[in-house]
Design a protein around this ligand. Structure first.
Ligand SMILES: [Zn+2]
Length: 97
C-alpha cells in the first residue's frame, strides 16, 4: 500500500537526497534530480500534485462508487488545497528565518 507524506516531509527528503548526491525524486523514485534546483522543484511539485490528485480521486471513488460529477471542479479544489499547504510551508519556513 502506498502512503502519502505531507509536502514538508518530501521537501526534507529531497534536501537530504540532494546533500548526499542521491538523484532520486522522493515521490516517484525516478532518477531525475539534477544540479538545476528550479527544474528539481518543478518536478517535485508536479509529482506531489499528481500523487495527491490520484489518491483523493481514488478515495472519492471508493467512498462514493463514482467519480465527482464535475471532475474539473474537484481537481481545482484539490489544487487549491495543495497551494494552501505550500503557503503554510513557506510561512513556517519564513518564521524560522
Ligand atoms: Zn518525481
Amino acid at each position: 500500500m502506498r502512503f502519502t507524506l505531507c509536502i514538508e516531509d518530501y521537501l526534507e527528503q529531497y534536501i537530504h537526497n540532494r546533500d548526499h548526491g542521491i538523484p532520486y525524486c522522493p515521490i516517484c523514485y525516478e532518477q531525475v534530480m539534477t544540479d538545476n534546483k528550479s527544474n528539481n522543484m518543478t518536478h517535485l511539485l508536479s509529482c506531489y500534485k499528481t500523487q495527491v490528485l490520484e489518491l483523493r480521486l481514488t478515495d472519492y471513488y471508493t467512498n462514493h462508487g463514482e467519480l465527482p460529477a464535475s471532475v474539473g471542479d474537484y481537481v481545482d479544489d484539490v489544487l487549491i488545497d495543495i497551494e494552501q499547504e505550500l503557503l503554510r510551508y513557506c510561512y513556517k519556513f519564513e518564521s524560522i528565518i
